[in-house]
Design a protein around this ligand. Structure first.
Ligand code: MG
Ligand code: ZN
Length: 242
């Protein structure tokens, strides 16, 4: 046998994997905070810097009493813009990446599967934390930030379209809808409240934490996972749909 063993391995995978040969190629939409990173960076910042009044806001978001856009905007407004460097370096120093993330990206590349980061997080920490992984910038969706005023203002370059009235902030459902259900096997990977709306649209959810509870509650097709090695394993098997 000659040639590149990795390439022949992927050919073998493609020929036995029901998702990859289904004619509806998979497309992955992956949350950032608490999914790619081990914990939620927004919550970590609030816990560490502890501005007065953040706790009831986060409780309202999780209980769906307040939209993510409104709540996240309100929480960052509790912090002065002058803390930009301090907050950024805190996140870059403390955030950990979930094991297997590089392997998932490699699997997508080998199999020609599109991978999007769909994050409710903020540009000033999402882009630097993802920099080592070489994901094209147009495959990363997140919110923006403005430190020019006295307090931190979050901006929303990817807010809800006419089909979504969830006031998401970064609207994952709008991104997902660009890949029609009849042409793609849509797969969402996530952990919490920013994933709730998208989870209802897709063919399969890889879930953790609050998102697993939500999927159970709503009867959505989901596979709980701990590391991205688990996700690669199930994608490789491709047997969840049969
Ligand atoms: Mg999350
Ligand atoms: Zn939305």
């Amino acid at each position: 046998m000659s040639g590149n063993s990795k390439a022949s391995h992927s050919k073998l995978t493609a020929s036995v994997n029901p998702i990859l040969r289904s004619g509806k190629p998979p497309v992955l939409f992956c949350d950032f905070d608490g999914t790619i990173t081990l914990s939620d960076n927004i919550v970590a910042v609030m816990k560490h810097f502890n501005p007065e009044g953040w706790v009831p806001i986060v409780e309202d978001i999780i209980a769906l009493r307040k939209s993510v856009r409104q709540g996240v905007g309100e929480m960052f407004e509790l912090l002065p813009s002058s803390m930009k460097e301090e907050i950024t370096s805190y996140i870059l120093k403390t955030a950990g990446i979930r094991p297997g993330f590089q392997q998932l990206l490699d699997w997508c590349k080998t199999n020609g599967v599109e991978f999007f980061v769909t994050s409710g997080g903020i540009d000033f920490f999402v882009y630097p934390l993802l920099a080592p992984f070489g994901i094209p910038k147009d495959h990363i969706y997140c919110n923006g930030s403005d430190f020019s005023g006295e307090r931190i203002r979050i901006t929303w370059p990817h807010s809800c379209d006419e089909h979504c009235d969830n006031d998401c902030g970064m609207c994952k459902t709008a991104v997902i809808r660009r890949f029609p259900q009849d042409r793609y096997t849509r797969i969402l990977i996530g952990d919490s409240v920013t994933d709730f709306a998208g989870a209802k649209l897709v063919d399969l959810v890889f879930s953790r934490s609050h998102l697993t509870e939500r999927c159970v509650e709503l009867g959505l097709p989901h596979i709980p996972f701990e590391t991205f090695h688990d996700v690669v394993h199930h994608l490789e098997q491709g047997d969840w749909n049969s």
